[in-house]
Design a protein around this ligand. Structure first.
Ligand code: GN1
Ligand code: MG
Length: 362
């Protein structure tokens, strides 16, 4: 916690109970998160510093989150769901009336109620993939009729055309003098770029909708209860309008890779069909009633799109000299690039299997 005076920050929020201890929570790479333990019957809290270098419009971000959590709460209430406080996040107001507080050092803070007795997972099993599919599908389903427009907390976050432009700019500048060693990868990506940008084209033609999506669908962004059942979706900073491909495809990018996204041994990389099938089954159980035919038809495209996009992002960062992603060694972004390219290639070998499997479910 360094020199951060958490007591004076917490004093800005309408929390109940006396604070007993504040300790770091989780292992997020973007925000700093603390568990605030209180005395007696008062709830515990989560104190979070919002990374406003990445999320530059904190007011918009918190507005999105407030609209989304209030809407989900109303849906759960209407459905007669039990234990709602464990199934949707609840933010605590600051004394200013907002759900965040900006301190003198221009740091942004927010507080939510800590949901006790939960478990987070880093690895996906076929069983949990099915549950995650259902949960992310129903998250989107609950949000199809949000009563207010939401903004993009990172503008054009999953816009493939923008990501290609950024790669081409990196290639033009060759700021770190690394282009020579990756030229063949750039060429390979360019060959499929048009196909991978079809989402934006269909959107411009009015054939593909944007909906409210989570946009960071990793298994560790879900809370489970101690019996292993999904309780709720967390980490809502990237909730914004996007193609549903963002949630469906990005989950499988990490969940259905046999190894981590930065494993340098490419013989470990591959597309896990069993996870694909389990996740897709759960997802479509929740989502089929609101998805349009074109969205369903393009689900295999979504599975390919995310390793492709991530490969483009890692490669652009490598060529730029590692200015965005944290790296642990000089060729870290290159290893990530090669890993995601290998995954992309393997996904493409499963195009027909995926299409047939999805047809079978519908
Ligand atoms: C970043 O930090 P993390 O893992 O939540 C990135 C994602 C990438 C991911 C790749 C705001 O997410 O889009 O898919 O790294 N988030 C942002 O590991 O750029
Ligand atoms: Mg997270």
């Amino acid at each position: 916690m360094g020199n951060i005076d958490t007591a004076s920050i917490l004093a800005q929020f309408e929390i109940s109970g006396k604070v007993q201890e504040v300790k770091p929570l989780g292992n997020g790479l973007i925000n700093d998160t603390y568990h605030v333990i209180t005395e007696g019957d008062a709830p515990d809290y989560v104190l979070q510093r919002i990374n406003n270098a990445i999320f530059q419009d904190v007011d918009l971000l918190q507005h999105n989150i407030e609209v989304v959590t209030a809407h989900i709460r109303r849906k759960l209430e209407a459905d007669g769901t039990d234990d709602i406080d464990r199934k949707v996040l609840q933010f605590v107001k600051a004394r200013s009336g907002k759900t965040y507080y900006c301190d003198e050092a221009d740091r942004y803070w927010r507080v939510m109620i800590y949901i006790p007795d939960t478990v987070t997972n880093e690895a996906v099993t076929p069983e949990s993939a099915y549950d995650c599919g259902k949960a992310f599908g129903s998250f989107e389903k609950m949000l199809v009729d949000v009563p207010e427009p939401l903004g993009e907390t990172i503008p054009d976050f999953h816009n493939m055309e923008l990501r290609m432009r950024q790669l081409r700019e990196a290639v033009q500048n060759d700021a770190a003098g690394r282009l020579g060693e990756v030229r063949d990868i750039v060429d390979e990506l360019e060959r499929d770029a048009d196909e991978m940008c079809q989402g934006e084209r269909l959107y411009r033609e009015g054939r593909l909708p944007k909906r409210i999506c989570h946009c960071d669908t990793k298994v560790n962004n879900m809370l489970f209860d101690q019996q292993g059942r999904v309780l709720c979706v967390i980490d809502l900073d990237t909730v914004m309008p996007s193609f549903i491909f963002s949630d469906y495809g990005d989950f499988l990018r990490t969940g259905a890779n046999f190894t981590a996204e930065d494993d340098p041994d490419l013989s470990h990389v591959g597309f896990n069909e069993e996870i694909f099938k389990a996740f897709t089954t759960g997802y479509l159980e929740s989502a089929r009633e609101f998805l349009t035919p074109i969205e369903m038809e393009l689900l295999p495209y979504a599975v390919a799109l995310f390793p492709f996009m991530q490969c483009v992002r890692f490669l652009a960062d490598y060529i730029n000299g590692d200015t965005y992603y944290k790296i642990k060694y000089p060729t870290h972004n290159l290893d990530r690039t090669r890993n995601q390219l290998a995954l992309y290639r393997d996904v493409r070998r499963h195009d027909q299997m995926m299409a047939a499997f999805i047809r079978g479910l519908l």
